[in-house]
Design a protein around this ligand. Structure first.
Ligand SMILES: *[C@@H]1O[C@H](CO)[C@@H](O)[C@H](O)[C@H]1NC(C)=O
Ligand SMILES: *[C@@H]1O[C@H](CO)[C@@H](O)[C@H](O)[C@H]1NC(C)=O
Ligand SMILES: *[C@@H]1O[C@H](CO)[C@@H](O)[C@H](O)[C@H]1NC(C)=O
Length: 346
C-alpha cells in the first residue's frame, strides 16, 4: 500500500496529464475547424480579368462573362435550349487500356473547339476535320466506362459512342484508330482514397470534395496575371500567354506570386479554398493557338530557374515540376463575373 499522500500526488499528476491531453486534442480540433472555416476579414487584391471553362479536357477554352460555380467546378450559364457545359466533362481515352489522353501526348488536342447545338447535342471542330455532332450520352441509356487518370485513379464515366471514337481517332491517333471520348455527368464524386494517400498527408485541404470531373486535381485553377507577366519578362522569346497555364480564373492587379499565400479567396459571392500550389507539366509547353510543343521546353525551362518546390516531401511527390497558379476547392456561392473584385483572407 502507498501512503495516502503519495496516492493523492499520483492522482493529481494523472488528472493534470488528462487535462493536458484533453486540451491538446481540443486545440487540434479547434485548429482543424478553423482551417475548414472561411475567415471573416477579407482584403481586396485584384479583379477578375478572364473566366475560362474547358468542357473538353485539353481542348480550347470557352471564355465566359459569368461563371456558375459548383462543387464540381465551373459551369456555363443557363441558356434556353442549349447544353450547359461543365469544366473537363469530356475526356479522350485509349480504347485498349482506358488510360486518359491529354495534350501532353497528343498536342493537337488543344485546337479542338466545342460548342452546344441544342439541349442534348454538342459539336466538335478541329483543323482539317469534318464537324462532328453527337448526342451527349447519359448513364441510364449508355455504356459506362472506367477511365484511368493519374496514379491509375479510376473514374466512372460514360462512353460517347462509335462516331465520336472514329472522329477523335482520325484526328488524334497516328494510325487513325484506338481513341474514344467519354463524358462525365457530375452525378458521382471521384474517390482519391486509394490512389492519393501521399497527397492527403502533405495537403490537408485535399479531399474527394475538392476534385473536379476529369480535371487533373481540384475543381478550380486560379492564376495571377502578374505572375505570367513576370515569366514573360524573364523569357521574352518563349511566347508565353496565360492560356499556356489553362486557368479558370485569371486575376489582374495582384502582385506576382502573392497567390502562394492565399488560403481563402472570395470573388462575387463565391468562396474558394487553397488545396495545393499547381505543379506544372509539359502540357504548358504546347502553344495554345498552334498546338505545337515548344522546342525550348518553355515555359518550364525558365520557371524551373525560380519557381521550384522547396519542401523535400513535396518534391518527392511532384519532382521537378515548377509552380504556377493555385488549385482551389469550392466552399460556397454561385456566380463569378468578369470584373469582380478578388478578396483574400487568411
Ligand atoms: C445512348 O443511348 C441512346 C438511346 O438508346 C442512343 O440513341 C444513343 O445513340 C446512345 N449514345 C451513345 C453515345 O452510345
Ligand atoms: C475516403 O476517406 C475519407 C477519410 O478517411 C472517408 O471519410 C470517406 O468516406 C472515404 N470515401 C470513400 C468514397 O471511400
Ligand atoms: C500577382 O502577381 C504579381 C506579380 O507577380 C504580384 O506582385 C502580386 O502580389 C500577385 N497578386 C496576388 C494577389 O497574388
Amino acid at each position: 500500500m502507498y501512503p495516502i499522500s503519495k496516492m493523492v500526488a499520483l492522482e493529481v499528476a494523472l488528472s493534470a496529464a488528462t487535462i493536458a491531453i484533453i486540451s491538446a486534442l481540443a486545440m487540434r480540433w479547434y485548429q482543424k475547424r478553423k482551417k475548414q472555416r472561411p475567415p471573416t476579414t477579407w482584403e481586396p487584391v485584384g479583379v477578375v480579368k478572364h473566366l475560362y471553362i474547358y468542357p473538353f479536357k485539353s481542348g480550347k477554352p470557352i471564355e465566359l462573362q459569368t461563371a456558375l460555380c459548383t462543387e464540381y467546378g465551373v459551369k456555363t450559364s443557363e441558356a434556353p435550349n442549349l447544353h450547359q457545359f461543365r469544366d473537363r466533362s469530356f475526356v479522350v481515352y485509349n480504347e485498349h487500356d482506358e488510360q486518359f489522353q491529354t495534350a501532353r501526348t497528343i498536342p493537337q488536342l488543344v485546337l479542338i473547339e466545342i460548342d452546344a447545338v441544342d439541349e442534348n447535342r454538342i459539336r466538335l471542330t478541329a483543323p482539317n476535320m469534318p464537324i462532328l455532332t453527337f448526342k451527349v450520352p447519359n448513364s441510364v441509356e449508355n455504356r459506362t466506362v472506367t477511365v484511368k487518370q493519374h496514379f491509375n485513379e479510376k473514374i466512372s464515366t460514360i462512353d460517347c459512342g462509335d462516331e465520336a471514337a472514329t472522329w477523335i481517332s482520325q484526328y488524334g491517333s497516328k494510325d487513325g484508330t484506338g481513341l474514344r471520348i467519354a463524358y462525365h455527368e457530375a452525378k458521382q464524386r471521384r474517390n482519391l482514397n486509394a490512389t492519393h494517400k501521399k497527397y492527403f498527408k502533405l495537403y490537408p485541404r485535399l479531399s474527394n470534395e475538392a476534385t473536379g470531373l476529369h480535371s487533373d486535381f481540384s475543381s478550380y485553377l486560379l492564376v495571377n496575371e502578374s505572375s505570367v507577366n513576370d515569366l514573360q519578362d524573364k523569357a521574352p522569346e518563349a511566347n508565353i500567354v496565360p492560356l499556356n497555364f489553362r486557368p479558370n480564373i485569371l486575376i489582374e492587379g495582384a502582385p506576382a506570386f502573392s497567390e502562394d499565400d492565399w488560403e481563402w479567396v472570395k470573388i462575387g459571392d463565391v468562396v474558394l479554398y487553397l488545396v495545393k500550389w499547381c505543379t506544372r507539366c509539359v502540357l504548358t509547353t504546347v502553344n495554345p493557338s498552334t498546338g505545337i510543343k515548344s522546342e525550348l521546353n518553355e515555359p518550364l525551362r525558365t520557371l524551373r530557374t525560380y519557381r521550384m518546390l522547396k519542401d523535400v516531401k513535396k518534391i518527392s511527390l511532384d519532382g521537378t515540376s515548377p509552380l504556377m497558379g493555385i488549385n482551389m476547392g469550392y466552399h460556397s456561392g454561385e456566380r463569378i463575373n468578369v470584373g469582380d473584385v478578388v478578396y483574400v483572407g487568411k
